[in-house]
Design a binder for this molecule. Structure first.
Ligand code: PGA
Length: 246
């Protein structure tokens, strides 16, 4: 089973209108890249202008969260349909920062994932254990439970991002052996739940992916790309990571 790799950039709460220069550099550089999908997820305020600039290029634009409902009295929230209307084609869901700072549970993430698919967005669903959970030997159980609880009944238009919380923004990453083991476990669970369709789901690694470690991390079995935070704010670094795929 060959899966087309995906490198997605999560800008988090960074970027203003002037940051479109970074996107334009990524769009330019992307022209010479190999077989890889690229998505940039800027803050919601930039989605419409970024999507307009990226139209017709090979760079997709995504959101970083959405509400489960299509519309309604939910002050401050944005629906999947609104993201789609602004030009997004994807959305990150259940990022550990959403789980931590906004109390998002697996069932909340699942409802949002259903909404993303309803709106025709690719859902990038994030899971991953904390340092304490890994150190106490619970990483596999935590990841299994998050996967089970966060995914909807079908897995087309779903991408899973394994992001160990302790590797996000810290500069530390799991060993290649630990990444291989965890991605293998996720693949096993996807195929036991969804059959052949589970083989087609891309599993991204996220957490301190940089140009220096991209080749090693992205070369691991069942690692079908990366979800990149900090390094995606720099066009050169983001492109260097994507250039692993020739
Ligand atoms: P990082 O973030 O690459 O800065 O570690 C990854 C993420 O949070 O998606």
């Amino acid at each position: 089973m060959t899966r087309r790799p995906l490198v997605a950039g999560n800008w988090k709460m960074n970027g203003v209108q002037a940051s479109i220069g970074v996107l334009k550099k990524i769009i330019d550089g992307a022209q010479t890249l190999g077989n890889v999908d690229l998505i940039i997820c800027p803050p919601a305020t930039l989605i419409a202008s970024f999507a307009a600039a990226a139209r017709g290029t090979r760079v997709g634009i995504g959101g970083q969260d959405c509400h489960a409902e299509a519309s309604g009295a939910y002050t401050g929230d944005i629906s999947a349909e609104m993201l789609r209307d602004a030009g997004a084609t994807a959305v990150i869901l259940g990022h550990s920062e959403r789980r931590r700072y906004h109390g998002e549970t697996d069932s909340v993430v699942r409802a949002k994932t259903v909404a993303a698919r309803r709106a025709g967005l690719l859902a990038i669903v994030c899971i991953g254990e904390t340092r304490v959970q890994r150190d106490s030997g619970q990483a596999n159980d935590v990841v299994r439970a998050q996967l089970d609880g966060s995914l909807p009944d079908a897995c087309d238009d779903i991408v899973v991002a394994y992001e160990p919380v302790w590797a996000i923004g810290t500069g530390s990453t799991p060993t290649p052996g630990d990444v291989r083991a965890m991605h293998g476990l996720i693949r096993e669970q996807l195929t036991s739940r969804f059959g052949d369709a589970g083989q087609a789901v891309r599993i991204l690694y996220g957490g301190s992916v940089k140009p220096e470690n991209a080749k090693e991390l992205l070369g691991i079995e069942n690692v079908d790309g990366a979800l990149v935070g900090g390094a995606s704010l720099n066009a050169g670094e983001f492109l260097a990571i994507a250039r692993v795929y020739r």
